[in-house]
Design a protein around this ligand. Structure first.
Ligand code: SF4
Length: 470
């Protein structure tokens, strides 16, 4: 994606969101969660954490940075000492709210014992609820939506954690995949519209839940099914049970999981992410051909679409950009010049490949436009004769309020600009986007998806939107 996570991809614009993983009951629960977080690292690189629970109590370890930075043998040994339940989280946030206090999972103790919460998504009415809770005496320690849920659960604790969680979530609006851990229970809940992904898997007798199926592969678990919108799944020593915790709303799975967010080896809604992206690229080539000598993609999220484009267009696919994979979170780039420097460090054009050639540059999306402009300039400086930009999704014109970090129309280059104006801004020889009808046709059943950032039709009312999601 042109937007991309400024930390992970050195790109400016849309941010990756968060990833969650939970397991119960397995004697390697903490270690397996650690592996799973590696598989989910693409969903957030700013902070991560694990809460693990066993007969002797509950432990937490959280830190800023990549999974490889945060956990060491000592922290893993402490988490793994006697745990058979664990919950893990990787987080992306905007730079302003990036701090250890906001790392997840959140662990609180209330009158029913410990409660750990980790979520991916954003609650659009979190600010209103927080103000209400504060007026009633609650003291908040983080900027997280998750803490709003924790306070609601503590107030509604009489019926036990499951009932309290369901009653609390009935008060919130937004898109979320939430995992909770009490001392002897793992609970997963998905928002009523199913905006954010959450899947259920199995590892022997243990049950696992994760944002993406690639986390199951990492721990040797088998994908069982996706958790339904509004469903609550509880894993405890009696086994597993499912309840309809919240009435299901209009189905609205985030189409950007397919376009950019998820890993290509994950399956979502029964479809493989790589296969969908490749088909989007094929469709783009059929609809938007370009006179070119080679096709290249912006690593990594656009490579599947670029290979589909090349195949369908009959133009050779070449590695025109090389990604430096060893830049960690040190490169958080709050200012534009630093972001552009981040792109230069992260992506390098392959001069011998692009020099003198007409290049089709395939990207999965454009959010702010600044990174596309920078990449196109790099390709030209490396000798590319022409650069034809092809975007494997429709123009991103509306902000997302459900866990993706684009909060105002003003920051979106395609809002209020036609493709020609965007082309001039990014400096491409030509620019074309995939049509919305083609996107919907490729993913099938467009009515099951959230397309709000593309068509402005939000599945959940967003007036007075707020919240510090994940
Ligand atoms: S607005 Fe876009 S990014 Fe946000 S949930 Fe909907 S499809 Fe996903």
């Amino acid at each position: 994606m042109e937007g991309g996570n400024p930390v992970g991809d050195g790109r400016a614009g849309i941010a990756d969101q968060c990833g969650v993983f939970g397991i119960g009951f397995h004697r390697e629960a903490a270690g397996l969660t650690h592996f799973a977080l590696y598989a989910l690292q693409h969903r957030g690189q700013e902070s991560c954490g694990i809460v693990a629970s066993g007969e002797e109590g509950i432990e937490v370890h959280r830190g800023m940075g990549l999974v490889s930075d945060v956990f060491d043998p000592a922290s893993l040994a402490r988490l793994g000492r006697d745990s058979d339940l664990a919950l893990g989280h990787v987080r992306y946030s905007t730079a302003g709210s990036s701090s250890l206090a906001n790392a997840q999972p959140l662990l609180v103790r209330y009158r029913r014992g410990p409660l750990a919460l980790a979520h991916n998504g954003n609650l659009v009415n979190a600010g209103v609820l927080r103000a209400e809770l504060e007026a009633a005496g609650s003291i908040f320690q983080t900027a997280l939506d998750t803490e709003v849920i924790a306070h609601l659960v503590a107030r509604l604790a009489d019926g036990g954690p499951e009932a309290a969680l369901a009653a609390s979530l009935a008060r919130v609006r937004g898109g979320y995949a939430l995992l909770a851990l009490t001392d002897r229970k793992l609970i997963g809940v998905r928002d009523p519209n199913g905006i954010r992904p959450l899947a259920l898997g199995r590892l022997g007798d243990a049950r696992v839940m994760a944002s993406e199926s690639c986390a199951f592969d990492a721990v040797g678990a088998r994908f069982v099914r996706e958790i339904e919108p509004g469903e609550m799944v509880v894993v405890d020593e009696d086994g597993i049970r499912s309840t309809r915790a919240l009435p299901a709303g209009r189905p609205a799975f985030c189409v950007f999981e397919f376009i950019y967010l998820a890993r290509p080896d994950s399956d979502l809604m029964g479809l493989n992410v790589h296969a969908v992206r490749k088909e989007l690229g094929r469709r783009l080539a059929e609809r938007c051909p370009a006179p070119a000598d080679m096709v290249t993609g912006v690593p990594d999220s656009s490579l599947s679409a670029a290979s589909g484009y090349a195949e369908a267009a009959g133009i050779p696919y070449e590695m025109g950009l090389v990604k430096n994979r060893y830049i960690g979170r040190t490169f958080i780039q709050p200012r534009q010049e630093e972001r552009e420097l981040g792109v230069t460090l992260k992506l390098n054009p392959l001069r011998k490949v692009v020099s003198g050639r007409r290049v089709v540059l395939v990207d999965d999306s454009i959010v702010r436009g600044t990174t596309s402009r920078h990449i196109i300039r790099m390709l030209r400086e490396a000798g590319a004769r022409q650069v034809h930009l092809r975007i494997a999704s429709p123009p991103y014109r509306w902000p997302c309020y459900f866990g993706i970090d684009t909060r105002s129309r003003g920051e979106l280059v395609a809002a209020g600009r036609d493709p020609e104006a965007v082309r001039q801004l990014v400096g491409a020889d030509s620019l074309e986007y995939l049509a919305l009808e083609d996107l919907v046709d490729v993913i099938g059943a467009g009515s099951s998806f959230c397309l709000a950032c593309l068509d402005g039709d939000y599945p959940v009312p967003v007036e007075g939107e707020d919240g510090h999601g994940c």
